[in-house]
Design a protein around this ligand. Structure first.
Ligand SMILES: O=C(O)c1ccc[n+]([C@@H]2O[C@H](COP(=O)([O-])O)[C@@H](O)[C@H]2O)c1
Ligand SMILES: Cc1cc2nc[nH]c2cc1C
Length: 358
């Protein structure tokens, strides 16, 4: 006699989700998220513990030229102080959704150490170099930033956090994100260039021309599969640190929420690093970091929708936001919690005595 067929863990989870008191699929995307989280935690009653938003801040040498940005470089440091004082949008949404916020100085052009503010000092440098003239950072700096991002997440996980969203702050960083995405996907710079924090039509054209020049100067068409070199040419300290943070969070099987355009560019860099290390994925059958992540929102920054489509993913929210700071991730967190809650708390047809379809 053939041995009885044993359900795989994924089949068991699907069965539990399908037997909740609702028509199959009626909770839509929440059902996908519940399945994804169950698979990440390899348990049928998963839990979110000590959810965090970590905002990485860094400055960009190119921003000093004013060729690609509407706001001056000083705004990065000023906004970090605003985060530390609780006055930014991300502070409001974290308070609303009971998320712990950590602010990391990955490389802002300002010294916060003498100030009475709660900012994690992970400074790699006082802003990157202007990549119109030279590489943004050294290979060693790129590696240091990645390692620092990994260690920050490792510490949070050790302190009990299992759900995390990453945000960023850095005047000029939509330009870095554009160049990184263009190199990694092989799609033209113009595809990913947008208005950032608020460029007009003329300024947008100047940004496109400038970034095309940078793309050619550093032969970025040859660097798509060399993520560390790519970061060193056109990256940002906050983007490199976030890439390390994603790598560690996925490695530790945390629930990871992806914010907007810049956060997605850091994820793609991390994904290339993951691919190079050829480590087996923590979850059977998941081959990329993308499989592991929950995409929080679609930013209004023009390139975001394009890269999301390229990846074949649909985020939870579409609020026409383009702020960064992790605000999209913070707003999506209650949906993720709702997915976990229905899986844990809803009755099944059997337990509630509700008749199922014939
Ligand atoms: O997250 C997004 O999708 C997003 C889209 C546009 C702008 N931003 C934020 O705006 C800043 C970068 O804009 P820019 O024009 O200076 O490159 C940076 O601090 C980001 O957090 C963020
Ligand atoms: C004011 C301001 C706040 C921000 N938060 C994230 N990016 C930002 C850019 C600007 C300009």
């Amino acid at each position: 006699m053939a041995a009885p067929y044993k359900l795989t863990f994924e089949e068991q989870l699907r069965h539990i989700i399908d037997n909740k008191t609702k028509p199959p699929g009626a909770l839509g995307r929440l059902e996908e998220i519940a399945l994804q989280i169950g698979l990440i935690q390899q348990i049928t009653n998963p839990a979110i513990q000590h959810p965090h938003i970590v905002v990485f801040a860094g400055d960009h040498g190119i921003a000093k030229t004013g060729l690609v940005n509407a706001y001056p470089q000083e705004v990065t440091a000023q906004m970090v102080l605003n985060f530390a004082q609780g006055g930014a949008a991300i502070n409001v949404f974290c308070r609303q959704n009971k998320l712990t916020l950590k602010v990391v100085d990955a490389g802002v052009n300002f010294d916060f150490t003498s100030m009475p503010v709660k900012v994690i000092n992970a400074k790699i440098g006082f802003g990157t170099k202007n990549y119109l003239n030279e590489p943004a950072m050294t290979i060693v700096e790129a590696e240091q930033a990645i390692e620092k991002g990994r260690s920050i997440v490792r510490q949070l996980a050790a302190d009990g956090c299992n759900c995390i969203g990453f945000g960023e702050m850095g005047i000029g960083n939509t330009s870095s994100a554009t160049l990184l995405l263009s190199a990694i996907t092989g799609l033209p710079v113009v595809e990913f260039t947008g208005r950032g924090a608020g460029l007009n039509d003329d300024q947008l054209q100047k940004k496109i021309d400038t970034l095309q020049q940078v793309y050619e100067k550093h032969a970025l068409n040859t660097l798509g599969q060399q993520p560390i070199e790519l970061l060193s040419k056109v990256g940002g300290f906050e983007i490199a640190m976030m890439a390390g943070a994603y790598l560690e969070a996925v490695h530790l099987k945390m629930i990871v929420l992806v914010d907007g355009f810049i956060a997605t560019s850091a994820l793609l860099v991390a994904n290339e690093i993951f691919r190079l290390t050829k480590q087996p994925s923590a979850i059977p059958g998941w081959t990329t970091l993308i499989d592991h992540c929950i995409f929080a929102h679609t930013s209004q920054e023009a390139g975001h929708e394009k890269i999301l489509r390229h990846l074949g993913v649909t985020p939870l929210l579409h609020l026409a936001m383009r702020l960064g700071e992790g605000t999209g991730a913070a707003l999506a967190m209650p949906m993720v919690q709702a997915a976990v809650n229905f899986l844990n708390e809803m009755a099944s047809f059997e337990s509630a005595g509700v008749s199922n379809k014939e």
